[in-house]
Design a protein around this ligand. Structure first.
Ligand code: HEM
Length: 378
């Protein structure tokens, strides 16, 4: 088996998969493919990481584990590729190791970090505005309706930032940390990795008003499509990114209307799986604001296509989930069916839609900075 590595990040996000292979006594090679430009730095880093990797898994059963150096013509380095390669070569490794340890202590953290990036990007672009605490000049986004008592993971980002500030002061932006942590969370949950574009700047302000416009859980398809399209994301991106609900949890309050009313946003209770409905009614009967249900009850912590499988059997948790399959839009229904039929299509599309979402820019003319502390502007 051969993994074609184009860069260091790919090595990093392959690490978990490689560890599974080592435990299964599988032979694999790492093929390093890159044009000459970055070969020196990448080769030295790859070798360094490879040595680290070999030491980590020295007790494993790796039969062959070699680094092949090949150059493929026409492979170019994206502008943002390796932005921190010189200035902070350990950046991605530091972020990965914090995310890995946070997720191992609390598996839900993968979902929470992924959502944090979404809630950042949907409010004036990916600029870490979501991380700012309230000041006398502005109300932060943390207390907006969709975020209050709901967003999690701020402490993990604080830890990462503190470590990065120690390793390479004022170099890696908080917005880039969010994007990389979201990617690592997907990988650690079993999804595909991708090369994160870097170079985002951190905002100098936040917008509670805009954060209140993040789509709500009772939205119908038309509202969801409009919300996403306003940001340049397509109907397909919307259906694909909703697949993030293959991991994580939601509070009863976010889907309670579904348990009582007969028709929400075009979704009827009669279309809901009866056992599922009854189990949720029982779960939420205590009327406790903190009770949580899995967004994907089949495989709650695994990044797979079961979210879509659930939708077809009437087991979507939020109204905004279920409408994608049983709402009034044939286009969303067709995409759901395609993802049910082809699990790898979803994983591949998700990666591409995350790249699109992760590159949503702040409004033109706004200035940015590299914050020292993600919670406050410098
Ligand atoms: C399409 C519109 C969307 C709506 C209406 C929506 C709504 C929600 C709601 C209501 C929750 C539960 C919050 C709580 O109970 O505290 C939730 C959780 C979550 N959302 Fe979404 N969401 C949407 C899109 C997305 C996107 C695009 C992503 C990421 C790419 C995402 C990732 C997540 C994750 C991972 C969780 C679980 C978080 C955790 O367990 O901490 N969502 N979402």
């Amino acid at each position: 088996m051969c993994f074609v590595l184009e860069n260091v990040e790919q090595f990093l996000y392959l690490r978990p998969q490689l560890s599974v292979l080592t435990s299964k006594n599988t032979t694999f090679s790492l093929c390093y493919c890159r044009n000459l430009m970055a070969s020196f730095y990448l080769a030295s880093l790859c070798i360094m990481l490879l040595i680290k990797f070999s030491v980590t898994f020295a007790s494993g059963n790796v039969v062959s584990n070699k680094l092949e150096k090949t150059c493929i013509d026409g492979v170019t380095i994206a502008l943002s590729f390796g932005l921190y390669l010189n200035s902070c070569p350990e950046a991605e490794a530091i972020i990965f190791s914090w995310v890995e340890s946070a997720v191992s202590q609390d598996p839900r953290m993968a979902a929470s970090l992924l959502r944090l990036h979404f809630h950042d990007c949907f409010v004036n672009g990916c600029d870490a505005s979501v991380l700012l605490d309230d000041t006398s000049n502005f109300s932060g986004e943390k207390t907006a309706g969709p975020n209050l008592n709901s967003l999690r993971g701020f402490e993990v980002i604080d830890n990462i930032k503190a470590d990065l500030e120690y390793a390479c002061p004022q170099t890696v932006s908080c917005a880039d940390i969010l994007a990389i942590a979201a990617r690592d969370s997907v990988v650690l949950s079993g999804g595909l990795g991708w090369q994160v574009q870097m170079g985002r700047k951190d905002s100098l302000t936040a917008s509670k008003t805009a954060a209140n416009n993040i789509p709500g859980p009772n939205s119908n398809v038309a509202t969801l499509v409009t919300n996403f399209q306003n940001l340049g994301l397509s109907l397909q991106d919307m259906v694909t990114l909703s697949g993030a609900h293959t991991i994580g949890k939601a509070r009863c309050a976010t889907f309670s209307s579904r348990l009582n009313n007969n028709n929400n946003a075009g979704v009827r209770n009669s279309e809901m799986n009866l056992d599922f409905l009854q189990s949720l009614q029982q779960l939420c009967s205590a009327n406790n604001n903190t009770t949580l249900a899995n967004l994907d009850d089949m495989t709650p912590s695994t990044f797979d296509n079961h979210y879509y499988v659930n939708l077809l059997s009437g087991k979507g948790l939020l109204v905004s989930d279920q409408v994608l399959a049983t709402g009034d839009d044939d286009n969303t229904r067709e995409i759901v069916q395609n993802y049910v039929d082809d699990p790898s299509l979803f994983l591949e599309d998700f990666k591409n839609s995350m790249l699109k979402m992760g590159s949503l820019p702040p409004p033109t003319g706004t200035n940015g900075e590299i914050r020292v502390n993600c919670r406050v502007i410098n």
